[in-house]
Design a protein around this ligand. Sequence first.
Ligand code: URA
Length: 421
Amino acid sequence: MSVVDVIRAKRDGHRLNEEQIDWVIDAYTRGVVADEQMSALAMAVLLRGMDAAEIARWTSAMVASGQRLELKVDRPIVDKHSTGGVGDKITLPLAPLVASCGAAVPQLSGRGLGHTGGTLDKLESIPGWRAQLSVDEIMRQLNTVGAVVCAPTEGLAPADRKLYALRDVTGTVESIPLIASSIMSKKIAEGTPAMVFDVKVGSGAFMKSQQHARALANSLVEIGGAHGMHTTALLTDMSVPLGRTIGNALEVVEAIEVLRGGGPRDVVELTVLLAREMLALAGISDVDPGEVLASGRAYETWCQMISAQGGNPEGGLPAAKHVHVVNANRDGVVATLDAYAVGQAAWRLGAGRSRKDDAVQHAAGIRCLAKPGERVAAGQPLLELHTDSKDTIKPAIAALNGGLEIRDTAAAHTMTVLEAV
Ligand code: URA
């Protein structure tokens, strides 16, 4: 088979057949198809699209590029995937909560890139906590604690690992077929039989419009169905950061507050809502996750989950060397706190990375002292910018420009589910 013929076929708007897809993914994984050829094909897919059958086959080929976990657990297994946002620390309270309700939650998570945070970066702010586990360790923890949040094992969907890194530097991330197949190849390889998707919509998300988010959600659910996975998807708002903290250690602190029965209302509401969806898919109907969260049982599971991976759940978290306060410039009500602007600012402060191998600053980030709908007086602190490098404060303030607005009146922002798919 000739890769140039495959590229030409997609470039000219034709369907790729199963043989072409299987061959090109396998040849790319083995290094027979070069990066420049795969980037041309990825661009052709971005511009021309793929139909449902092509996406399902592309996903299967990426799953087949590596090993598949066989999860052997004596309770129902269910997972959640968020398409990523600003301040989205929901996995942290959600995984132990759902495990405390009787399900097993295998969360093979990622790191942040650009302005969106990554679950592993957040958890790595806990001294000693280890993201990389062996398959045996994953199984043991699932059977004892019920929840494991860790890095994907080396052999899972290697084609996606290669292709995702390539897409990131060739302007080909924003393709619904490529995003859907990338996410699903990892989830199918992970071996979870049931999955809830939280597809984020808004300035702080990959999908800026509800229409695009709906198309992605439909594609995820369709691929899941084609692979025998039970799935549901919610479209949730990401125009304002979730909760009041953005950045690794700051978000862990907020997640712990939620697990201890406090925390911001939007984080609690989304955690409980997603837990309900997950439990429904797992066939567990006699437990109320809201009650379990309030009882402190999920906090106990969190402590077990962190200890099992080498972290001290009661130990301290890193604090930033510098904290710069942004004050209100007038009396009024916070009208805008734009998720993208805040995410960019947190990234500049050191909470995120620009290149895959960069280290993140665990203590860097932003604490939002006022959110949309809250009344403030001139000079009152609105945001705290946390960083270890003082020279990042100026660029972070520049990134916030236009993303923070106070008016005479403004509505409160509530966590919104826009649609269920
Ligand atoms: N997350 C993924 O795993 N893959 C994508 O392509 C985008 C987000």
